[in-house]
Design a protein around this ligand. Sequence first.
Ligand code: FAD
Ligand code: FES
Length: 252
Amino acid sequence: MRTVLTEVRSVTGRDTLYTFACPEIARKARPGQFVELKLTDGCEPFLRRPISIFDTDGAHTFSLLVRTAGRGTSAMRGWTPGAEADVLGPLGNGFSWGADAQNCVLAAGGIGLAPLAFLAKKLLEEGKRVQLLFSPRRDAGLLDALPFRARLAVSCAENRAAFPDALDALLEQGADALFSCGPEDLLEEAAKRAEARRVPCQLSVERRMACGFGICLGCAVAIRTEQGVTYKKVCRDGPVFRGGEVAFHEEP
Ligand SMILES: Cc1cc2nc3c(=O)[nH]c(=O)nc-3n(C[C@H](O)[C@H](O)[C@H](O)COP(=O)(O)OP(=O)(O)OC[C@H]3O[C@@H](n4cnc5c(N)ncnc54)[C@H](O)[C@@H]3O)c2cc1C
Ligand code: FES
């Protein structure tokens, strides 16, 4: 799908917010879904890159918060408003929640903040209480990207070692749901803490991707089922999975 870049805003030295005009994606996207971006007109990098939907206005535009990681995301740094971009999406299954989830805790590690920002916005719109625990490593400035930050209770875990206790403290206050995205060790810790307190938990899992829609089998993640551990596709079956489903150290 052709989209037009309408705004580029630098958030930290390595994180940039890009807004695109594309009514189809803006209308359809749900929190936790992602797009596959073609990053150059040439062959290098050949594969599209998956990026979570950070926000939409629900009608015309959507935005992505992108951390410069390597070849593809570095190429994006040259993009300026008016440029056209080839975007596939929205893809994957996003977060889900019901009326019973009134007190929601969102636990983000680094750029894992991106899909949780869109989720936080939707939950706040529904009048839910939302507490964000952010483990920034070194980029606390990423929080400046949140358009509704003033309406959100935010706490920061100074370092990864402080994350488990900080999360426990929030869950202890009577959370109904935990949503998390970030590095694998943080996701595993989030799943463990949620299970111990019997709080329903959803994790947004990342894998390197190729096709983005279930054909190449490049994004396998080990998932526990009643029949045992099996592989599922992060792009098609996820990227959001229930906390207890993800088999962090097991293989089929
Ligand atoms: C569902 C999903 C949603 C994502 N959402 C975002 C987002 O909102 N914002 C954002 O900045 N990034 C996001 N990512 C990560 C992003 O896709 C990668 O950073 C990007 O593909 C790197 O491409 P590159 O060409 O710049 O780097 P490459 O040159 O391909 O790689 C650079 C480095 O990044 C590592 N890397 C590449 N892809 C991944 C990955 N998927 N997970 C972990 N490490 C990786 C490589 O191992 C290497 O060390 C998401 C990934 C997935 C799977
Ligand atoms: S990226 Fe191709 S199957 Fe998931």
